[in-house]
Design a protein around this ligand. Structure first.
Ligand SMILES: [Zn+2]
Length: 178
């Protein structure tokens, strides 16, 4: 296992459009190691998602924790993070919700970003099998954020206003309500 270096905002790799992963390439040891290293890197930095361009690889691939449990009292363990390859997002309905996002490439900053509440995503898993996920709320947000990375889009680009941009300390001090 290796912890990969995460590109920070300003690195051109974060603004480039990533290319689709070929089926043959997907089965290679090098690709499978990249997926394992991305999972380790996401875990190391306590991320919920990490896209290949963030580790300097221009491939349409991200790893994410897609936790669909909506009930806070749900005692089932969270699912293992998964790899999503060549994703295509289909927005379901017209609901747009604004909520907080952060990004491992924009450390210690949070901002409020509008996203579609509900989506379907068609993709390949790390074995090359076709998958279709249906996600709402936070998991749908994570998938949209990570898929944006594959097109060189960062969450700042999606913000309606920069008024909510905040450093993490100030976020904890002034913005978190419970
Ligand atoms: Zn990000």
């Amino acid at each position: 296992m290796s912890i990969l270096k995460v590109a920070r905002m300003g690195h051109p790799v974060l603004r480039a459009k990533a290319r689709p992963v070929e089926k043959a390439e997907l089965r290679s040891a090098a690709f499978q190691k990249l997926v394992d290293d991305m999972l380790d890197t996401m875990d190391e930095y306590h991320g919920v998602g990490l896209a290949a361009p963030q580790v300097h690889e221009g491939l349409r691939l991200f790893v994410a924790s897609i936790d669909q449990r909506e009930d806070d009292d749900d005692k089932t363990p969270p699912p293992e993070p998964i790899a999503i390859i060549n994703p295509e997002i289909i927005v379901v309905g017209t609901d747009v919700v604004e909520d907080w996002e952060g990004c491992l490439s924009i450390p210690d900053i949070r901002g409020r970003v509008p996203r579609a509440r509900e989506i379907k995503v068609r993709a390949l898993d790390r074995k090359g099998e076709r998958i279709e996920l249906h996600a709402r709320n936070f998991p749908a947000r994570v998938i949209q954020h990570e898929t944006d990375h594959l097109d060189g889009v960062l969450f700042f680009d999606r913000m309606k206003s920069f008024e909510s941009l905040t450093f993490l300390d100030e976020y904890a001090r002034y913005w978190v309500k419970d």
